[in-house]
Each structure stands twice: as C-alpha cells, then as structure tokens.
Design a protein around this ligand. Structure first.
Ligand SMILES: [Zn+2]
Ligand SMILES: [Zn+2]
Length: 265
C-alpha cells in the first residue's frame, strides 16, 4: 500500500523544534513514500502562532529537503491555518500568490480562546457545542482543502468520543460533514490522539457518517511535531477507512487531490 503522512510540523511551527531534514529522515525510516509539511500559520494577532512562520525560510528549507531526498521521498509543502474562516479573504490572497500543495484548516481556538480553557471554564458538553459551532463556520466559509482533526476538543476533555458525545452533537456533526462533501473539502484522519486517548480523530462513528453522506476525500496525518511521532496512526487510519468502505485515500499536490487506492499492495 502507498504510504503518506499529510500532516506534520517542523521548527517552522511555533510548537516544534524538529529540523525539516530530521522529519524527512524519520519519514523514510517509517516507510513513508510521501509527506506534506503543514506548518502553523495565522494572521490573527490574538493566537500564539501569529508572526512565527518565516515563509521565505520555510520555502528555502523545503527546497533543500526536496533536493536532498529526491528519489527517496516525495516532499510537499502545505500550511495549517487557525480558524481560516475568520480571515477567509486574506488567506485566499496569500495562498493564491505563494503556492502551497495543501491548505489545512483547523479550529484551535473558539472566540480567540484556547480549547483547554474552554473545556475548563464551560465543561465538556458546552465546550463540544461551541467547538462544533466554530467548526461549522469553518466548513462553510474557509477556502481550505482539508479539515484537520475533526473532533479535536476531545484531546482537551481528555477522553475518547463515545456514542454519547456523537449522539449529543449528531445534528451539527452531520451538518458539517454534509458541507465538507458539498464543498469538496477532505476529512483528515489524524493519528495524534491514538497514544493518549486510544482513538483517532475523528472517531469511527464520524468517519462512518462521512462515508454515508458520500464523502470520498480522506487524508491521513500523524500531526507529528517530532521525528519519533512521524507516521503514527497510519496503519490504524487505513484500517478504519477500509472498514468504512473507502477504496483508498488522498494526498494533495498543488492543491489538487491525488488518489491512492488500497488495492495496490
Ligand atoms: Zn492542529
Ligand atoms: Zn498540526
């Protein structure tokens, strides 16, 4: 099976110290054939990532890695935007001019406050409602290719999603998935909660609902901020996708989805 990790960070993100080369080496060691860096970026001065990414340095390091790993690893360059619906026009301008392979959209903050504080201050149920409401706004208005870590709020609740959480938020979850399908935005299967919660993001029921709604665009990402996490969750994501009837997964190149079937093993 083709192996690709479409969500990872390097020292170009405020919360990672990993050199890009080290991430590329780790990808080769993990048997990946393709990776896409998705460094954090925001134009909102109220969030921690603001002002951190030096796009010229990112471009230069990326070019070095592409050359150094040519023939061993396909390396692509993406971006992970915080709440991209809040500055949709600005991001559209920015990434129309400077080409990236994938624009990944994330809700890391609700009303400019971190999810950890939201869960602490409002409790898990209300935090879920507010998180999904923000995620629906993102799905409706942001110019993105991929929706990252769909049920991220569970990381801060500190527990996997069960049927209860899905049932409780079923209406809004269904609406968001429908919007993703209609707008051609991919759903990401993110492996970064596998170790801590024993569950991918999103949980199985949500992946299954996406399939029921006709969703086809799936990407797989470890969200690794350090080399030892690279590729985490790939096998589990592939197994879950297969069990929900997906014929394969996608990677993004020049903002276009490229299909990789599960059959070619
Ligand atoms: Zn994220
Ligand atoms: Zn990330």
């Amino acid at each position: 099976m083709y192996r690709a990790d479409s969500h990872l960070h390097s020292l170009h993100s405020f919360d990672s110290t990993a050199p890009m080369e080290a991430q590329c080496e780790a990808a080769c060691a993990a048997g990946m054939e393709e990776i896409c860096f998705t460094e954090h970026f925001s134009v909102n001065p109220l969030v921690p990532t603001y002002g951190y990414l030096d796009r010229a340095r990112y471009d230069a390091d990326y070019a070095t890695c592409r050359g150094a790993f040519a023939g061993r690893l396909r390396v692509y360059k993406g971006i992970e935007l915080c709440e991209p619906h809040r500055y949709a026009e600005r991001y559209r301008e920015l990434f129309a001019r400077g080409p990236v392979d994938a624009v990944v959209g994330s809700v890391h903050n609700v009303d400019n406050g971190k999810l950890r504080a939201l869960v602490r201050d409002e409790g898990p149920d209300r935090a879920c409602e507010r998180y999904f409401s923000e995620l629906r706004d993102m799905a409706l208005r942001a110019e993105i290719d991929v929706a990252a870590h769909f049920d991220l709020v569970k990381r801060y609740i500190g527990a996997p999603f069960t049927e209860r959480e899905v049932e409780h938020n079923l209406r809004v979850i269904g609406e968001i998935l429908q919007i993703l399908v209609e707008r051609g935005i991919a759903l990401e299967l993110n492996g970064s909660t596998l170790g801590s919660l024993g569950q991918l993001m999103p949980c199985e029921e949500i992946v299954w609902l996406y399939a029921q709604k006709g969703g086809r665009l799936l990407t797989f990402g470890s969200d690794a901020h350090s080399p030892e996490k690279l590729g985490q969750g790939f096998a589990e994501a592939a197994a879950l996708a297969k069990s929900c009837g997906f014929p394969g997964f996608y990677t993004y190149r020049a903002r276009r989805p490229v299909f990789h079937p599960f059959e070619d093993e």
